[in-house]
Design a protein around this ligand. Structure first.
Ligand SMILES: *[C@@H]1O[C@H](CO)[C@@H](O)[C@H](O)[C@H]1NC(C)=O
Length: 241
Protein backbone atom coordinates (compact mmCIF):
# COMPACT_ATOMS: atom_id res chain seq x y z
CA UNK A 1 0.00 0.00 0.00
CA UNK A 2 2.74 2.40 1.10
CA UNK A 3 4.91 1.33 -1.78
CA UNK A 4 2.11 1.86 -4.32
CA UNK A 5 1.56 5.34 -2.93
CA UNK A 6 5.25 6.18 -3.26
CA UNK A 7 5.30 4.92 -6.84
CA UNK A 8 2.16 6.86 -7.76
CA UNK A 9 3.54 9.98 -6.08
CA UNK A 10 6.92 9.83 -7.73
CA UNK A 11 5.32 9.06 -11.10
CA UNK A 12 3.06 12.10 -10.87
CA UNK A 13 5.98 14.26 -9.71
CA UNK A 14 8.00 13.09 -12.71
CA UNK A 15 5.11 13.89 -15.05
CA UNK A 16 4.64 17.29 -13.44
CA UNK A 17 8.29 18.27 -13.65
CA UNK A 18 8.54 16.93 -17.20
CA UNK A 19 5.49 18.92 -18.30
CA UNK A 20 6.65 22.09 -16.57
CA UNK A 21 10.42 21.86 -16.92
CA UNK A 22 10.83 24.12 -19.90
CA UNK A 23 7.95 26.50 -19.46
CA UNK A 24 9.15 30.08 -19.14
CA UNK A 25 8.21 32.41 -16.34
CA UNK A 26 7.90 35.98 -17.55
CA UNK A 27 8.08 38.59 -14.81
CA UNK A 28 6.72 42.04 -15.53
CA UNK A 29 7.88 45.18 -13.69
CA UNK A 30 6.29 48.57 -14.21
CA UNK A 31 8.88 51.32 -13.71
CA UNK A 32 6.59 53.90 -15.34
CA UNK A 33 5.22 56.56 -12.96
CA UNK A 34 1.69 55.55 -14.03
CA UNK A 35 -0.47 52.44 -14.33
CA UNK A 36 -0.13 50.35 -17.47
CA UNK A 37 -2.26 47.45 -18.73
CA UNK A 38 0.05 44.85 -20.35
CA UNK A 39 -1.47 42.55 -22.96
CA UNK A 40 -0.41 39.31 -24.61
CA UNK A 41 -1.03 37.70 -27.98
CA UNK A 42 0.36 34.27 -28.68
CA UNK A 43 0.16 30.76 -29.94
CA UNK A 44 -1.14 29.00 -27.94
CA UNK A 45 -3.10 31.80 -26.30
CA UNK A 46 -2.16 32.34 -22.65
CA UNK A 47 -4.93 32.21 -20.05
CA UNK A 48 -4.04 35.80 -19.08
CA UNK A 49 -4.24 38.07 -22.12
CA UNK A 50 -4.41 41.33 -20.20
CA UNK A 51 -3.82 42.63 -16.69
CA UNK A 52 -3.46 45.84 -14.75
CA UNK A 53 0.01 46.78 -13.47
CA UNK A 54 0.20 49.84 -11.19
CA UNK A 55 3.39 51.91 -11.05
CA UNK A 56 6.22 49.92 -9.41
CA UNK A 57 4.14 46.72 -9.27
CA UNK A 58 5.28 43.31 -10.51
CA UNK A 59 3.41 40.36 -11.98
CA UNK A 60 4.34 36.91 -13.28
CA UNK A 61 3.00 34.77 -16.10
CA UNK A 62 3.90 31.27 -17.26
CA UNK A 63 4.16 30.43 -20.94
CA UNK A 64 4.10 26.86 -22.19
CA UNK A 65 7.00 25.59 -24.31
CA UNK A 66 6.99 25.79 -27.24
CA UNK A 67 5.28 29.17 -27.33
CA UNK A 68 5.52 32.20 -29.55
CA UNK A 69 3.90 35.50 -28.89
CA UNK A 70 4.26 39.07 -27.87
CA UNK A 71 3.54 41.49 -25.09
CA UNK A 72 2.87 45.21 -25.14
CA UNK A 73 1.62 47.82 -22.70
CA UNK A 74 -1.68 49.61 -23.04
CA UNK A 75 -1.92 53.05 -21.45
CA UNK A 76 -4.67 55.48 -20.53
CA UNK A 77 -7.23 52.73 -20.03
CA UNK A 78 -10.67 53.36 -18.55
CA UNK A 79 -13.60 51.14 -17.77
CA UNK A 80 -16.80 53.04 -18.33
CA UNK A 81 -20.09 51.20 -17.89
CA UNK A 82 -18.46 47.85 -18.52
CA UNK A 83 -16.55 48.84 -21.63
CA UNK A 84 -12.77 48.77 -21.24
CA UNK A 85 -10.97 51.13 -23.63
CA UNK A 86 -7.35 52.32 -23.78
CA UNK A 87 -6.05 55.55 -25.27
CA UNK A 88 -2.90 53.85 -26.64
CA UNK A 89 -2.43 50.27 -27.89
CA UNK A 90 -6.02 49.20 -27.21
CA UNK A 91 -6.77 45.70 -28.48
CA UNK A 92 -10.42 46.27 -29.29
CA UNK A 93 -11.82 43.53 -27.06
CA UNK A 94 -13.73 45.98 -24.86
CA UNK A 95 -12.36 44.05 -21.88
CA UNK A 96 -9.25 43.88 -19.71
CA UNK A 97 -8.40 40.59 -21.46
CA UNK A 98 -7.50 40.88 -25.14
CA UNK A 99 -8.73 37.32 -25.87
CA UNK A 100 -6.71 36.88 -29.04
CA UNK A 101 -7.18 40.38 -30.41
CA UNK A 102 -3.92 42.08 -31.37
CA UNK A 103 -2.84 45.52 -30.33
CA UNK A 104 -3.86 48.56 -32.22
CA UNK A 105 -0.78 50.51 -33.15
CA UNK A 106 1.35 52.14 -31.99
CA UNK A 107 3.02 50.05 -29.31
CA UNK A 108 6.50 48.90 -28.42
CA UNK A 109 6.47 45.09 -28.62
CA UNK A 110 8.43 42.39 -26.82
CA UNK A 111 8.43 39.28 -29.01
CA UNK A 112 9.28 35.77 -27.84
CA UNK A 113 9.78 32.37 -29.40
CA UNK A 114 10.16 29.95 -26.50
CA UNK A 115 11.65 26.61 -27.56
CA UNK A 116 10.54 23.20 -26.34
CA UNK A 117 12.93 21.09 -24.31
CA UNK A 118 15.29 23.88 -23.32
CA UNK A 119 16.29 24.61 -26.93
CA UNK A 120 17.16 28.02 -28.30
CA UNK A 121 14.74 30.85 -27.53
CA UNK A 122 14.50 34.02 -29.58
CA UNK A 123 13.34 37.34 -28.16
CA UNK A 124 13.49 40.97 -29.17
CA UNK A 125 12.05 44.40 -28.68
CA UNK A 126 10.34 45.66 -31.81
CA UNK A 127 9.29 49.08 -33.06
CA UNK A 128 7.81 47.62 -36.24
CA UNK A 129 4.34 48.53 -34.92
CA UNK A 130 5.52 51.85 -33.49
CA UNK A 131 6.60 53.01 -30.05
CA UNK A 132 4.73 53.97 -26.93
CA UNK A 133 7.10 53.36 -24.03
CA UNK A 134 10.59 52.20 -23.19
CA UNK A 135 10.98 48.48 -22.62
CA UNK A 136 13.64 45.90 -21.86
CA UNK A 137 13.76 42.09 -21.87
CA UNK A 138 16.33 40.42 -19.61
CA UNK A 139 16.83 36.64 -19.73
CA UNK A 140 17.64 34.91 -16.44
CA UNK A 141 19.46 31.63 -15.82
CA UNK A 142 19.89 30.66 -19.48
CA UNK A 143 22.93 29.47 -21.38
CA UNK A 144 24.43 31.09 -24.48
CA UNK A 145 24.46 34.74 -25.50
CA UNK A 146 21.42 35.81 -23.44
CA UNK A 147 21.85 39.56 -23.99
CA UNK A 148 19.44 42.17 -22.69
CA UNK A 149 17.21 43.43 -25.52
CA UNK A 150 15.83 46.88 -25.05
CA UNK A 151 14.56 50.12 -26.44
CA UNK A 152 15.78 52.27 -23.57
CA UNK A 153 15.38 55.69 -25.18
CA UNK A 154 12.22 57.75 -25.46
CA UNK A 155 11.40 57.66 -29.17
CA UNK A 156 8.44 60.01 -28.54
CA UNK A 157 10.96 62.84 -28.04
CA UNK A 158 12.30 62.57 -31.61
CA UNK A 159 9.13 61.31 -33.33
CA UNK A 160 8.59 63.15 -36.67
CA UNK A 161 5.43 65.25 -36.44
CA UNK A 162 3.68 63.22 -39.16
CA UNK A 163 4.03 60.07 -37.00
CA UNK A 164 3.13 61.60 -33.64
CA UNK A 165 0.16 60.46 -31.64
CA UNK A 166 -0.88 62.91 -28.94
CA UNK A 167 -2.74 62.22 -25.73
CA UNK A 168 -5.69 64.15 -24.36
CA UNK A 169 -3.21 66.49 -22.62
CA UNK A 170 -1.54 67.33 -25.97
CA UNK A 171 1.71 65.52 -25.18
CA UNK A 172 3.24 63.04 -27.65
CA UNK A 173 2.36 59.67 -26.09
CA UNK A 174 3.26 57.39 -28.98
CA UNK A 175 5.00 57.30 -32.33
CA UNK A 176 3.43 55.47 -35.28
CA UNK A 177 5.56 53.34 -37.58
CA UNK A 178 5.86 54.72 -41.11
CA UNK A 179 4.09 51.54 -42.30
CA UNK A 180 1.08 52.21 -40.06
CA UNK A 181 0.90 55.86 -41.06
CA UNK A 182 1.51 55.63 -44.82
CA UNK A 183 0.70 51.98 -45.63
CA UNK A 184 3.33 52.19 -48.38
CA UNK A 185 4.99 48.87 -49.46
CA UNK A 186 8.41 50.48 -49.09
CA UNK A 187 7.71 51.01 -45.37
CA UNK A 188 5.65 47.83 -44.78
CA UNK A 189 7.80 45.45 -46.87
CA UNK A 190 4.63 44.19 -48.57
CA UNK A 191 4.34 43.32 -52.29
CA UNK A 192 5.96 44.42 -54.54
CA UNK A 193 8.66 45.06 -51.90
CA UNK A 194 8.14 41.94 -49.80
CA UNK A 195 11.72 40.65 -49.67
CA UNK A 196 14.68 41.81 -47.64
CA UNK A 197 16.54 42.81 -50.82
CA UNK A 198 13.64 44.93 -52.04
CA UNK A 199 12.96 46.49 -48.63
CA UNK A 200 15.98 48.42 -47.36
CA UNK A 201 15.86 50.73 -44.33
CA UNK A 202 14.10 54.06 -44.93
CA UNK A 203 14.61 57.55 -43.57
CA UNK A 204 11.84 56.81 -41.04
CA UNK A 205 13.14 53.41 -39.87
CA UNK A 206 16.56 55.07 -39.52
CA UNK A 207 15.13 57.53 -36.97
CA UNK A 208 13.89 54.61 -34.84
CA UNK A 209 17.12 52.72 -35.37
CA UNK A 210 19.32 55.66 -34.30
CA UNK A 211 17.39 56.07 -31.06
CA UNK A 212 17.04 52.36 -30.22
CA UNK A 213 19.73 50.41 -32.14
CA UNK A 214 18.94 47.11 -30.34
CA UNK A 215 15.29 47.09 -31.40
CA UNK A 216 13.75 46.05 -34.72
CA UNK A 217 12.99 49.30 -36.53
CA UNK A 218 11.27 47.70 -39.55
CA UNK A 219 10.36 44.22 -40.82
CA UNK A 220 13.76 43.26 -42.26
CA UNK A 221 15.96 44.95 -39.71
CA UNK A 222 18.95 42.64 -39.43
CA UNK A 223 18.58 41.35 -35.90
CA UNK A 224 17.71 37.69 -36.48
CA UNK A 225 19.77 35.53 -34.15
CA UNK A 226 21.07 38.48 -32.15
CA UNK A 227 18.94 37.79 -29.11
CA UNK A 228 18.99 34.10 -28.32
CA UNK A 229 19.17 32.15 -25.10
CA UNK A 230 19.00 28.41 -24.43
CA UNK A 231 18.45 26.11 -21.51
CA UNK A 232 14.95 27.24 -20.57
CA UNK A 233 15.62 30.73 -19.20
CA UNK A 234 13.03 32.89 -17.51
CA UNK A 235 12.59 36.51 -18.51
CA UNK A 236 12.15 39.87 -16.85
CA UNK A 237 10.25 42.47 -18.84
CA UNK A 238 10.62 46.01 -17.57
CA UNK A 239 8.44 48.87 -18.77
CA UNK A 240 9.97 52.39 -18.70
CA UNK A 241 13.25 50.66 -17.92
C1 LIG B 1 11.48 60.76 -45.81
O1 LIG B 1 11.54 60.72 -47.21
C2 LIG B 1 10.33 61.11 -47.88
C3 LIG B 1 10.52 60.95 -49.37
O2 LIG B 1 10.93 59.66 -49.69
C4 LIG B 1 9.99 62.55 -47.51
O3 LIG B 1 8.75 62.91 -48.09
C5 LIG B 1 9.90 62.69 -46.00
O4 LIG B 1 9.71 64.06 -45.64
C6 LIG B 1 11.17 62.20 -45.33
N1 LIG B 1 10.95 62.21 -43.89
C7 LIG B 1 11.89 62.46 -43.02
C8 LIG B 1 11.49 62.47 -41.58
O5 LIG B 1 13.04 62.68 -43.33
Amino acid sequence: MMKTLVVVLSLSLTLLSFGGAHAATISFKNNCPYTIWPASFGNPQLSTTGFELPSQASFQLETPAPWSGRFWARTGCTDTSGKFVCEIADCGSGQLMCNGKTGFRPATLAEFTIAAGGGQDYYDVSLVDGFNLRMSVTPKDGTGTCKVSSCAADVNEICPSVLQKRGSDGKVVACLSACAQFGDPKYCCTPPQETKEKCPPTNYSQIFHDKCPDAYSYAYDDKKGLFTCSGGPNYLMTFCA
